[in-house]
Design a protein around this ligand. Structure first.
Ligand SMILES: NC(=O)c1ccc[n+]([C@@H]2O[C@H](COP(=O)([O-])OP(=O)(O)OC[C@H]3O[C@@H](n4cnc5c(N)ncnc54)[C@H](OP(=O)(O)O)[C@@H]3O)[C@@H](O)[C@H]2O)c1
Length: 307
């Protein structure tokens, strides 16, 4: 029997790509909020994650085998401007989803972030003490804590990903590729480091992890630590685009509303040991992103979400 997968934040960057990665083998349901979604191979279910009782009833009716909680308030500056909203979306809704899934004994993957640390060194591990610098990080950290309390068997994944977005939600890689294709100059920080992976690779690794009897918190980033500037240059090369429009910038000189960690790189050794493999080099992820575009993923996702 085909297993059912419910993904919250169904109009988001991660949910859409996760659905594409799994739709051949799973009955995928995208839980939506304000935006409307239409995606081949997935059904759509409007969810009010703020209504715990109704959510619990909806989960009972739908009876998914796995819930991936990918809804969130992801704009760091929006979270800084409205900490109460950040806490409500990133912590309270996460707790509701976790409680509803736990009540039905449904496995849960909760998507957290690489943004939880001060960023004064590299390769953060799961047991390093978080030191959130901004409201986004504080709300995601609280979300993790409440998810673990409400659903002790949940898998909490700290990560950073890229992939094809929709017209209203360009990803970091979309923005770089679109800019270079339009001949626009862009500035990328060479003093901010991270360890991203392709959204599909994250989904595949997460499904392999959840198939095992494991719970708790796992880092699930890419195999490489890289600066945002070098990420852009290597992405340009992988897509045969000129790298000369990419200028080096410094986060220190940028006037950003919220403080941001300069190093968000994760040590994903714990997950890799269980998986028996790495999560893939950036070159592999970029080539996969390119193959996705050739196969029509970019076009498909651009039109998948409407107001
Ligand atoms: N993007 C990254 O590189 C990155 C890095 C680390 C961690 N993460 C985490 O990964 C997860 C997915 O990120 P993403 O980039 O895919 O997000 P995204 O593209 O910004 O999408 C966010 C999703 O959350 C939904 N949402 C927002 N407020 C909601 C509410 N009040 N109730 C229900 N749904 C709500 C949105 O629906 P509407 O638009 O319809 O409101 C949208 O579907 C998030 O938890 C994020 O913190 C992301």
């Amino acid at each position: 029997m085909v297993r059912r997968l419910l993904i919250t934040g169904g109009s988001g960057l991660l949910a859409l790509n996760w659905a594409c990665a799994m739709r051949e083998n799973w009955d995928v349901v995208l839980g939506t909020h304000r935006h409307r979604v239409s995606l081949r191979g997935a059904t759509v279910l409007p969810l009010d994650l703020g209504d715990a009782d109704r959510l619990s009833r909806q989960l009972a009716e739908l009876s998914p085998d796995l819930v991936v909680h990918a809804a969130g308030l992801t704009s760091v500056d929006a979270c800084e401007a409205d900490p109460a909203l950040a806490r409500q979306v990133n912590a309270e809704l996460a707790r509701n989803v976790a409680a509803a899934a736990a009540g039905r004994n449904i496995r849960l993957v909760h998507i957290s972030t690489d943004h939880l640390f001060a960023g004064t060194r590299s390769g953060y591990r799961e047991d390093d003490a978080p030191e959130p610098l901004n409201e986004y990080a504080r709300s995601k950290l609280l979300g993790e804590e409440w998810v673990r309390q409400a659903h002790p068997q949940a898998l909490v994944l700290r990560t950073n990903f890229f992939g094809w977005g929709h017209a209203g939600r360009l990803s970091f890689s979309d923005w770089i590729l679109q800019s270079l294709r339009a001949g626009r100059e862009i500035t990328l920080f060479d003093d901010v480091h991270f360890s991203p992976l392709l959204a599909d690779a994250l989904a595949v690794a997460a499904h392999r992890l959840i198939a095992r009897p494991v719970d708790g918190t796992f880092n699930l980033g890419g195999d490489e630590r890289i600066s945002k500037y070098d990420f852009g240059v290597r992405l340009a090369r992988a897509f045969d685009l000129p790298e000369s429009p990419i200028q080096r910038g410094s986060v220190g000189a940028a006037r950003l509303q919220a403080r941001r960690p300069r190093d968000m790189s994760l040590d994903s050794g714990r997950a890799k040991a269980l998986l028996g493999t790495g999560t893939g080099s950036l070159e592999e992820h970029f080539q996969a992103l390119r193959r996705q575009e050739e196969a029509g993923r970019r076009e498909e996702l651009i039109h998948a979400v409407t107001e």
